[in-house]
Ligand binder design. Structure first.
Ligand code: NAP
Length: 305
């Protein structure tokens, strides 16, 4: 059997870099898409099984160029596409949303992977996935779609849109033996979660006239990261190991995978606790101590979620 091929976007850093190394060391031919982060700094640089390819997913032209290079190298086939590239833009607060941040988030987190899917689907249709079927697609969304967080709506909204598009693609491609799945990672220690200046950016994104009101009600993003996220985050290498063992090597892709500390338990929590109850727990993470609201008893004659 010939060497299976994979194209990973946003591969120079974080989760993408972890996946490149894992797949290259597991016998795959890897096409590592990078935008501006220099690939020379990546852990996989000069690995004989890895070919770096410049691919800014905001550019239809560059995406098609990347797909053409892959087609030339593989004889017009691709066995796995991992849509990993993404960006975090907060968009400020909803009442004074920075629409440019929303547009940027949608362009990279939704339209970007759609550009890549459009360019790579002809190759995936000719793929031979080692565990069966034609080519396959893994779309990286986010666990923030399960429970959103204040002052970061642009990111969550764009990831939720991408998740819906991924579910559509899964349905549409199933008859053609192209399996598609979505990943919801949570708390992986990467450059995206390692921004010590997130707090400053978070407040800057809110118009000055409203800023002090929000500062009074919500804790700083840096404080939140320190308290809850960085403490228990998975490394990209550990994340890649799980993705490889539990997803990539399996005969069938399930519709959705939740991976990260505490993330897998979220659906169980959602089944056991009302939406109001979940919100009360969640609010404690973000609201200042003195300001946590208490749950209402509600009118039992209607369904309240
Ligand atoms: N880390 C987490 O806890 C977490 C949780 C949920 C979801 N995710 C998702 O996981 C994916 C990987 O993120 P990460 O955590 O590994 O962060 P990261 O290290 O910042 O990786 C994001 C990668 O995407 C690339 N990228 C951004 N815009 C691009 C564009 N226009 N074209 C091509 N590549 C572009 C970045 O390249 P440049 O450096 O050149 O910009 C970077 O290499 C993202 O989709 C993210 O939303 C991460």
């Amino acid at each position: 059997m010939s060497t299976p091929s994979v194209f990973i976007t946003g591969a120079a850093t974080g989760i993408g870099a972890g996946l490149v190394s894992k797949l290259a060391n597991s016998g795959w031919q890897v096409f590592a898409g990078y935008r501006s982060s220099p690939p020379e700094s990546a852990s996989w640089y000069k690995h004989p099984a890895v070919r770096p390819i410049q691919c800014d997913i905001a550019s239809t032209e560059l995406v098609h160029k990347a797909a053409n290079l892959i087609a030339q190298a593989t004889g017009n086939r691709l066995d796995l596409l991992i849509n990993n590239a993404g960006c975090f833009t907060s968009g400020g607060v909803v009442e004074a949303a920075d629409l440019n941040a929303y547009l940027q988030a949608m362009d990279i987190n939704l339209y970007g992977p759609l550009r890549v899917i459009r360019a790579c689907m002809p190759l995936l249709r000719h793929g031979h996935y080692p565990a069966g079927g034609k080519g396959r697609v893994i779309n990286v969304a986010s666990s923030s779609t399960l429970m959103t967080f204040p002052m970061a709506a642009a990111y969550t909204v764009s990831k939720q849109a991408f998740k819906t598009a991924s579910a559509h693609l899964r349905l549409e491609m199933a008859p053609f033996e192209v399996q598609v799945t979505t990943l919801d990672p949570g708390s992986i220690a990467t450059p995206m979660t390692d921004n010590e200046h997130k707090g400053a950016e978070q407040w800057q994104a809110i118009p000055e006239s409203l800023r002090s009101q929000y500062r009074h009600k919500f804790i700083d993003a840096d404080e939140l990261m320190k308290r809850n996220t960085r403490v228990s985050a998975y490394t990209p290498e550990y994340f890649a190991e799980i993705v490889y063992r539990k997803i990539i090597t399996k005969k069938r892709f399930r519709p959705l995978y939740l991976i990260g500390p505490g993330t897998a338990a979220m659906p169980l929590l959602q089944r056991l606790i009302s939406l109001q109850g979940q919100e009360n727990i969640w609010a404690r993470l973000f609201r200042r101590e003195h300001d946590i609201f208490s749950p209402s008893t509600g009118d039992q004659s209607i369904l309240e979620r």
